[in-house]
Design a protein around this ligand. Sequence first.
Ligand code: PLP
Length: 381
Amino acid sequence: MNFIPYGHHTIDQGDIDEVVSALKSEWITAGPKVKNFEDELNAYIGSKYSVAVNSGTSALDIAIKSLNIPNKSEIITTPLTFVATSNAILYNNLTPIFADIDPKTKNINPEEVKKKITNKTKAIIGVDFAGHPCNIKELKEIADEYDLFFVEDACHALGAEYCGKKVGNLADMTIFSFHPVKNITTGEGGAVIARDPILYQKLLMLRNHGIDKDSLSRFGNEADYAYDMKCLGRNYRLTDFQSALGISQLKKLDTFIQKRHKIAKAYNDLLRDERSIECPYSAENVRHAWHIYTILVDKDINRDRLFAELRRKMIGVNVHYIPIYHFTYYKDLFKLDPICFPVTEDIYNRTLTLPLFPELNEEHVIYIVNTLKKVLKECKY
Ligand SMILES: *Cc1c(COP(=O)(O)O)cnc(C)c1O
């Protein structure tokens, strides 16, 4: 058995042909393919304003920057996420405030969010953990009541739905990532979906140095050289050949998600009777995007030993996530006591991510489940 990673991209000849064709075209960056990709994203999501950028992290950064929040203000988010969510808050001279999570969905708990609100709070960033949308209804109610922005880090959740609505239409801004482990890929890449046309214009400028005109509009015999720089932006542009890959990948997104659902269901069915683990929860009112499949082991199982044994047997299990306040940089900055986050700590100590990606076949799934069942018995404390 070759090593089975926890996540993997799916690239076919059609994807490769689209990238090659873009590379042979007049524009390899800042050209028409970027807008085409954004239009296709809008068509898929049912949104109006999408801005493609060079990573999910860049998307988070300009989304937060576009809100014009005064320095040292606070943004409430979950500690059980990838560091990028919280780092993007720091890039903008703002303070991340962590609120504990809900044990079922592993998403930020609205009750805990309320407890963390102060007069410095300006926004909430929810993360759709594993592809399960966060508790949008309650988070939006809180945001409305306290006049906060609500941003959804949906890097796990492209294609997910909440109460029949596609993720991307629910928050003030929604963030996606197209890193190879995510539901579609452009190599590196990301996008912000905005609901407000003014924020949209701002995001376009922030992606391109803060300049008010892009290269396409300054090209040709009738164009003027003049442009203005209106704010301090970045170069976060996505290339045309990456956008071509994105367009091609997006056509297959629903097939990818169906395959992910099938694998998640197979895990659920095959692991249902295994007493020492708990399968992931999915609420009735969501369409899960199944970015990752995370189980919880019982307290009498040594998770780290289980992890090591499964890795030895070529199964690329993982741990999502090490809570952010555990990292040296964050410890030095904030000195947060893990005791303040009992649910996050409990999940962190017991969680294990099983491999899940569209090309994982039935033979893999059976091997993973059988090995897991066998190894579990050897990993009791
Ligand atoms: C992947 C991810 C990001 C960062 O996306 P990149 O494209 O890798 O920069 C941010 N937040 C979450 C929750 C992610 O999973």
